[in-house]
Write a protein that binds this ligand. Sequence first.
Ligand code: CUA
Length: 321
Amino acid sequence: MAGNVDALYIFLLIVSGLMTLLIFTAVIYFAARYRHRPGVRAEQIEGSTPLEITWSVIPFFVFIAIFLWGAIVYFKGRTPPRDSTEVYVVAKQWMWKLEHAEGQREINELHVPVGRDVKLIMTSQDVIHSFFVPAFRMKQDVLPGRYTMAWFRATKPGTYHLFCAEYCGTQHSGMVGDIVVMEPAQYEAWMSGGTGGPLSATGEKIFAELGCATCHRMDSQGRGPSLQGVFGKPVLLQDGRTVTADENYVRESILDPGAKIVNGFKPVMPTFQGLVSEEQLNALVAYVKSLSNAGAPGARTAEAAPAATPAKPASKGSQVN
Ligand code: CUA
């Protein structure tokens, strides 16, 4: 994004610079030209419609151009490509905890390969932080209680500074890290160095341990909706609304199950607020994602997904029950 952001920024500087020059030149010229002279009476000039239209219409188009350009850069920067590699970020006072979908965990360091789209799924376990990588022209607030997203594609190997850009307490200034961008081969070597298995597999284990599977059965005969193929799809709710099953939806359904009841089901699920850590939540989200083809393939989850048949219509049927 750096090139796009810089081009827009330089354009704004040039437009502002030209306007400043124009205004100051006019001020100085008019001040000299129409200065008070003894014996000369001021002549009153009425407005000029063509002149006023001109200086309204030209800036209008300039501002519209800036707006459209900015909007395009913004939406590009805000929309992670579909096949992005996913990395979960948990911020806390005062460190960054990062976990790859493949299971690697890092603190204050993120290793990524050059040229790959990386989507960050971020949350905070205490206060508001902000994930800021100046070299990537990327900054996104990280909030407690919800996920925020960001993405980047590093184009040059190297080490880039990561800062926290939201004052978050005593050691805010020390909440820094590095994004290490590696050549793909180097990255593969780094990746193969020890992991507890993919994040979705961890999530599957937690899913079983917490007893989620007793209600969220794969055969859609459970008291809760089957989660097979749900992620990324629209979900019809009891109150008639339709929401998309994204990361925040899954998160909310775990922590505040009563907030969005799937049509055809009863609000019987207990909350897991306080029972699961942010890391466990991320793993559960990654697991639910792995049950759906719509999830990002960046998560290498094929081996982690249970052997159940991908019964896509099942989830739909259970909603109507
Ligand atoms: Cu975290 Cu400032």
